[in-house]
Design a protein around this ligand. Structure first.
Ligand code: 9QG
Length: 137
């Protein structure tokens, strides 16, 4: 059973070191892009501590943050560990120094923190993705 996107999970207490977010889904056959955002409020235009953006259309995975309506500096992971038509599992591990994205069994990228973890209030998944589950550990 897939849930519909955009999908939002509230994080009323923010994040702390050790919080693990697990996203499972399937990349649709004709997917172009999807994203996972860690947002500082549930309002439109909220700051994002993390924007994790697999792009099947341009074969890249972009990481960024958004503050006061402006994107920060983009980071890119090496390679694209997502394929159209294939299931995936992403772990976003809140570490001391950054968000560690693990895709499948493989550490993929460490996105260094740009804002306090306590500001994060919601995890949002949207775009071209069939979402199976979001779990916070
Ligand atoms: O393209 O890059 C991340 O740096 C922008 C995209 C934008 C982000 C951004 O247009 O797309 O990925 O919220 C958005 O607009 C997302 C979906 C320079």
């Amino acid at each position: 059973m897939s849930s519909t996107v955009p999908h939002k999970t509230s994080l009323p207490d923010g994040l702390r070191t050790g919080t693990v977010m697990r996203i499972r889904g399937i990349v649709p056959d004709k997917a172009s892009r999807f994203h996972v955002n860690l947002l500082c409020s549930e309002d439109q235009g909220a700051d994002a501590a993390l924007h994790f953006n697999p792009r099947l259309d341009t074969s890249e995975v972009v990481f960024n943050s958004m503050e006061q309506g402006k994107w920060g500096a983009e980071e890119r992971g090496a390679g694209v560990p997502f394929q159209r038509g294939q299931p995936f599992e992403v772990l976003l591990i809140t570490a001391e120094d950054g968000f560690k994205a693990v895709v499948g069994d493989t550490p993929y990228h460490n996105f260094r923190h740009r804002m306090p973890l306590t500001r994060v209030r919601a995890l949002e998944v949207s775009g071209d993705v069939l979402l199976d589950s979001v779990r916070i550990f």
